[in-house]
Design a protein around this ligand. Structure first.
Ligand SMILES: CC(C)[C@H](C(=O)O)[C@@H](O)C(=O)O
Ligand code: SF4
Length: 474
């Protein structure tokens, strides 16, 4: 038998038929639905008079449009949402899930949260499965050794009706991470550094698998951060082979297999790892020993530099597209060529999102915040990725530490990652953000985003400007 990569094993196990034109009909095990991208698919189902083929293989949740504050002391959001568009998007999702019998994580329930946080937390995300969602950051779930990718609105309807999708097989790319990293260099820094190196489309057309001792030593949270960010390098699929870290994370989760089924599942999941002699179309090696904390300075994720660097000076670049892009980005970002990154003053800090809204991320922020104060005039918000993450953080007392330091402690949702809810920047405001996208207007029209790790965002909140966490922690 030919040696196969993890991606090829997942693909082959779900291939139903080879179609003319080079596409494959793939069986889809699971679909996640959210209020922003699912309405059209439900409309199409209704119009065609169709039912879901396997309703129990879907879960739905409202995350993008939801406010992360409630006027009520108990945090209930139903009945309190002032924005009519958000209220109607959530109401539409709720009527759709009721009509089509889709399992729903209620807005005020213990399992609400960002799609890519609650899938893993509930055990819906499992190794060896195919998982789709009308959301580009579905790459996140690949951290479990699932073939997970974002799809469009009409494809969501196809999965609802047929449990299958036509897809073109991607090329494979292996990113081998080795070396010993600085303790304040996180998965987010590694992901940003990779994107800066290969470019915002550097992994386009490829399914990326992370390998090497650095990945094996990472928590699931860090593996998810890496896979999450791969869409920012143009890849629709990020992968990590499942191992004991994966199994320990999943064991006992509500939807994970139980008893003898668990043992059988783990045995099968162990076989998913890429064969030792499997061949990839591309291999990239990254030595993390030389990495320092990273910060994006521009309006694409590859416009990223080490925190101790100075901003580029377009005048020093040769005439051409790179120079024009740098000029345009610096102008939008309101930055001076050659300026030190640590001299950039901020107005906001946002700790959250499906990239960095997990308990480990909140712990990292709280460790920096402890005994310190957010700088005067800075609005700093911490938005847990899910209700369960929020509860876990509160059980550890992290909310108290953060509130004491002057951070706002919010309810779960996408929040300031995306300007689709109440949490957004005004023109000219500047945010140290743990999210994943920094294009013009992403956090609000005219808003300016600097992507970084949770520890770095917390340090920026306290310093009032971008700060090097390595010096800050000393
Ligand atoms: C709204 C949604 C479809 C979108 C995505 O596809 O990623 C959002 O989650 C984002 O991060 O930009
Ligand atoms: S947190 Fe941000 S990136 Fe993630 S799903 Fe929500 S909007 Fe998209």
């Amino acid at each position: 038998m030919t040696a196969c990569t993890l991606y090829e094993k997942l693909w082959n196990a779900h291939a139903v038929a080879e179609l003319p034109g080079g596409e494959t009909l793939l069986y889809i095990d699971r679909q996640i639905l959210h209020e922003v991208s699912s309405p059209q698919a439900f409309v199409a189902m209704r119009e065609a008079g169709r039912r879901l083929r396997r309703p129990q293989t879907h879960i739905a949740v409202a995350d993008h449009a939801v406010p992360t504050r409630s006027p009520r002391a108990d945090g209930i959001r139903h009945g309190t949402i002032e924005d009519p568009q958000a209220a109607s998007q959530i109401a539409e999702l709720e009527s759709n899930v009721a009509d089509f019998a889709v399992p729903y994580a209620d807005l005020d329930g213990a399992e609400q949260g960002i799609v890519h946080v609650i899938g893993p937390e509930s055990g819906f995300t499992l190794p060896g499965t195919t998982i789709v969602c009308g959301d580009s950051h579905t790459t996140t779930h690949g951290a479990f050794g699932a073939l997970a990718f974002g799809i469009g609105a009409s494809e969501q309807g196809t999965v609802m009706a047929a449990q299958c999708l036509r897809q073109k097989r991607a090329k494979t790319m292996r990113i081998e991470l080795s070396g010993t990293r600085h303790p304040l260099v996180f998965a987010k820094d590694i992901a940003l550094a990779i994107i800066a190196r290969i470019g915002a489309d550097g992994a386009a057309g490829h399914a990326v698998e992370f390998t090497g001792p650095v990945v094996r030593a990472m928590s699931m949270a860090e593996r998810m951060t890496l896979c999450n960010m791969m869409i920012e390098a143009g890849s629709r699929v990020g992968l990590v082979a499942p191992d004991d870290v994966t199994f320990a994370f999943l064991k006992g989760r509500r939807l994970a297999p139980k008893g003898a089924l668990w043992d059988q599942a783990v045995a099968a999941w162990r076989d998913l790892a890429s064969d030792p002699d499997a061949v990839y179309d591309r291999v990239i090696e990254v030595d993390v020993a030389s990495l320092v904390p990273q910060v994006s300075w521009g309006t694409t994720p590859d416009q990223t530099l080490p925190v101790d660097a100075a901003l580029p000076d377009p005048a020093q670049l040769a005439e051409g597209p790179a120079r024009r892009q740098a000029e345009k980005a610096l102008a939008y970002m309101g930055l001076t060529p050659g300026q030190s990154i640590t001299d950039i003053a901020i107005t906001h800090a946002f700790i959250g999102s499906c990239t960095n809204g997990r308990i480990e991320d909140i712990r990292a922020a709280a460790a920096v915040a402890k005994g310190r104060k957010v700088a005067p005039g800075i609005k700093a918000i911490v938005v847990p990725g899910s209700a369960a993450t929020r509860a876990a953080a509160q059980a550890e007392g992290l909310d108290r530490i953060l509130i004491e330091a002057g951070f706002e402690w919010r309810l779960a949702g996408c929040s300031m990652c995306v300007a689709m809810n109440d949490d957004r920047l005004k023109p000219g405001e500047r945010c140290a953000s743990t999210s994943n996208r920094n294009f013009e207007g992403r956090q609000g029209p005219g808003g300016r985003t600097h992507l970084m790790s949770p520890a770095m965002a917390a340090a920026a909140a306290i310093a009032g400007h971008i700060a090097d966490i390595r010096e800050f922690a000393a």
